[in-house]
Design a protein around this ligand. Structure first.
Ligand code: SF4
Length: 391
């Protein structure tokens, strides 16, 4: 039975470290589901000739061109007989129940219980990835499963059974599994659940067009504005559309957007870069967009970068506020106010957050400051209670 925290599946296959390998040898052991046709395109003539049987995947910005039998960089997409399929459809490697704040999402139904799901594979290879054990895993190595272990309907049933208000795709990058995300989002909406898309932002406009109508929250990483940073730590530098896509999610589909930057000493923490980044968020998404600053923890293949100092987080928060962002949060352990929501106009404590509790204070049911009436841009569900115990 799921409680709070992470529950791992019982996969026994060993991780592989060969993304994009050109073999379909283990594909027969994993459940497949065609990608939505909107996210596939037959290969076009390029220069001298056709890529025989080639199909381009439009699910993420890598836009892999896959010949028959080839697997995409993420290992979650395969060309099988000229059709692109998601490998390991519904194979969930991690599931956890927590609050919306754990994503982190602070301005959408605060304290709402959320079922978070993660599969295998990713379109980045961040050398500091906290979830590398599933994100770097070959999506076809699902312990020989021939059936999904959590179909979209089963995911929704599990969320309801756990008394959750939301379903989130998290832990690994959801843009690589559009077939599963789309089906489970539709099922979640039909059951009255909110949907939360936790992404590195490297999806395509085509994918957002498809998924946008079914998403309520878009929580996006903005790791850096510099392509060199992404190239160095993640192996991909096509980041020009990360913020424009978030803006499109916000404006075209009315999706609630929050941003996250993991602050890394010497890598993305110069005053000049942080000011540029905060300014770009204000300019693209608006001053009320929450900016979450998280502590870098040495991990995986990047242990030579030290943990982020609390002073660096505090400095970044000041820069963000100076650039006009009204809600900048940190996970600093030395600042007890770092995760609280205060009214930027009168300073009243609207929401208090600790490790285990989310307590609504001076906040109206419409998400405004109860002390001075200032709109805070917080979306509240009618059923949101005012105090949540830990889970
Ligand atoms: S989801 Fe991205 S990485 Fe995976 S096959 Fe498609 S374009 Fe390539």
């Amino acid at each position: 039975m799921l409680k709070g925290g992470v529950v791992k599946s019982t996969f026994s296959a060993q991780p592989t470290s060969d993304p994009g390998r050109q073999s379909a040898s283990s594909q027969k052991d994993t459940p497949l589901r065609p990608l939505p046709t909107e996210l596939t395109r037959p290969a076009v003539r390029l220069g001298g000739g056709y890529a025989q049987g080639g199909v381009r995947c439009l699910a993420c910005v890598r836009r892999c061109l896959l010949r028959d039998g080839a697997v995409g960089y993420c290992t979650a997409v395969i060309n099988h007989g000229g059709t692109l399929y998601n490998t390991a459809f519904g194979v969930i490697a991690e599931a956890s129940v927590n609050t919306m704040e754990s994503k982190p999402v602070f301005h959408y139904n605060p304290g709402a219980r959320t079922l978070s799901l993660g599969g295998l594979g990713c379109n980045l290879r961040c050398s500091f990835c906290q979830n590398w054990e599933i994100a770097f895993r070959d999506a076809r190595d699902a312990a020989g499963l021939t059936e999904p272990n959590l179909t979209p309907d089963a995911a929704v049933a599990l969320a309801l059974d756990q008394n959750c208000q939301a379903l989130a795709w998290s832990h690994n990058e959801p843009s690589i599994t559009p077939a599963y995300t789309l089906e489970s989002a539709r099922a979640a909406r039909a059951a009255g659940l909110f949907t939360v898309y936790v992404t590195n932002g490297l999806i395509t406009h085509e994918a957002l067009t498809l998924l946008g109508p079914w998403l309520d929250v878009y929580r996006v990483d903005v790791k850096s504005l510099d392509t060199g940073f992404y190239r160095q730590v993640g192996g991909l530098d096509r980041i020009s559309e990360v913020l424009p896509l978030a803006r499109r999610a916000q404006h075209e589909f009315g999706i609630h957007v929050e941003t996250v930057t993991n602050i890394m000493e010497t890598m993305n923490d110069s005053d000049e870069h942080l000011a540029r980044l905060a300014g770009r968020i204000v300019e693209t998404l608006g001053a009320d967009t929450p900016w979450h600053l998280t502590t870098y923890v040495p991990y995986a293949f990047m242990t030579h970068i030290p943990p982020t100092k609390p002073e660096t987080l505090a400095r970044t928060k000041t820069i963000g506020q100076r650039e006009g962002l009204r809600f900048v949060y940190t996970d600093s352990l030395t600042d007890p106010d770092s995760a609280n929501t205060r009214c930027p106009r009168c300073g009243a404590l609207a929401i208090e957050r600790t490790q285990s509790r989310v307590v609504i204070g001076a906040l109206t049911p419409t998400g405004a400051c109860a002390a001075c009436g200032e709109p805070l841009g917080i979306r509240m569900a009618p059923a949101t209670e005012h105090t949540y115990a830990s889970i």
